[in-house]
Each structure stands twice: as structure tokens, then as C-alpha cells.
Design a protein around this ligand. Sequence first.
Ligand code: MN
Length: 298
Amino acid sequence: MTATSKKERAIRTVEMIVPPPPAHWVGDGFKVHGYFPHGPLPATRVSPFFLLDYNAKTDFPPREEPYGVGPHPHRGFETVTIAYKGKVEHHDSRGGGGIIEEGDVQWMTAGSGLLHKEFHEAEYNRKGGPFHVVQLWVNLPAKDKMTPPKYQAIANAEMGRAKLAYGGEVEIIAGEFDGVKGPATTFTPVHLYNVRPAKGSSMTLDFPTGFTTLILAVEGSGLINGTDELKTDHLAVLSREGEVLTLEATEENSTFLVMAGEPIDEPIAQYGPFLMNTKAEIAQAIDDFNSGKFGYLE
Ligand code: MN
């Protein structure tokens, strides 16, 4: 006779490990590996996320003229920019602007739309040096796609912090870990953390079954569930089924970007920087852009 007093927690398994795809340039300032959406990772598989562009650590030589990308629009989603090394300066068509310092995050809700430009910050640009930046696009549900644009500038000191039982810590940007909340507000359930376990120590991640769960090794390397190796700049895609997984750092100073969220089960229509639900909404976005409704920016 067997009696189960405690429900077994189902393991969330590694479905694939994606090596860094060949890098491409965004303007002349961002040399990025684009992990999705394409190939084995279509938008439906990574929802609520839509795109991951990762500028792996790259040395930019000193230059007077800032590296970056000039004015371009966005509508229908959010861009989350994480500066691990280097500084990013941005300006938009509504008069907003600022600097994303090393360790900081910018959570920009494009919503109904704006134009912006993204450059290496002027003083950093003149000196040059290591640049290490993630840009993650988070989709918005249909009802919030035309929300007014806004920024959440999240300084490193404002992030939630949780000590890990076996050494190391978790920096919580959004969502919650072990009862500690991150400062970013989101439109759908999203957890975004920098996880830094001490070398040789393991930690547990636990998300509801059905959630998309992705882990990018931005520094060092790790071992998932004791069996699956995750090397630097590789992306682990976890199963939607299951709940818990373990993540061990196998090198000193390892950092893992953990992205988890509830999929948005709605149609996707994309054209460049516009991310909507229907072709008609894309046509409207192009019309609005051409007629100056996104504003102007030089
Ligand atoms: Mn942009």
C-alpha cells in the first residue's frame, strides 16, 4: 500500500540548447546574436517574449562619433534593454531620453508608438571598451497594444535581491523570486532575473506549468537539472510542461539571464518594428508612421 502525503513537483526539462546564431549588426552599435523569432524558436514558442538580440561581450574601439542606431519606430510591444557592460543613450520623439548605465535596465513600453534612437553614451563611446547588452522584446496583449508609451528606468540599486541558500544571489528585475519582488511592472505575468549562483552551487527555479522558460548564459557556464550543460552565450529552452529545474554554476562569476512568462495566446502579425495581431493593424501602423503620427526625431 502506498500513501502520497506530498505532491511530487514535476521537473521542467531542457528541450534544446541554442548556440549563438551568427551575429548581425543593428546600425553600427549593436553586434547581435538573434536567438528568436526564427527557425526552431518561432514567436509562438517563446511567447510572451518575441525577440532576443544579444550583443555578447565585444570591445568597441574609441571613436568620436557615437556607435548606434538612428531614429526608428516601435508599436505594440515593449523593449527591455539590459546593459551588462557599456552605456546606452536613448532619445525619443516625445522629448524623452536618458542613459542606461552599467548594470541598469530600461523597460520601454512602446504601446501605441514612438520613434527613438539608441546610441552608445557619448563619453563611454569616446573611450571605447567592452559592450555587453541584451535587448528583449516582450509582447503586449491585444487590449494593451495601444497603451500610451512609457519608460521604466530601473537602476541596479532598485532591483530586488535574494540571497541563495548555497551561495550567490538573484537580482530580480520583474516578477518575483523567493518572495522578493522586482521593480518592473508588466502587462502579463513575466519573471526576469539575473541569477548568480556561487561556483559549484545549485539553485532552484520554479514557474507554473505552461510558462515559457528561457535561460541565457551571459557570463560563465552552468548545468541544468544536473545533466544539461549550458555554455557561455548559449540559450537553454525549457519545456512548457513541468515546474521546477535546478541551475548550477560551473564557473566563478557566472551570470544567467532567466526569462519566464505566461504565453499570450493571440494571433501575431509583425512587420519590422510593428508587432500587432492583424494585417490591418500593421497597415494602420505603417500609415500612421508615414503620416507623422509617431512624431518626429532627427
Ligand atoms: Mn529600438
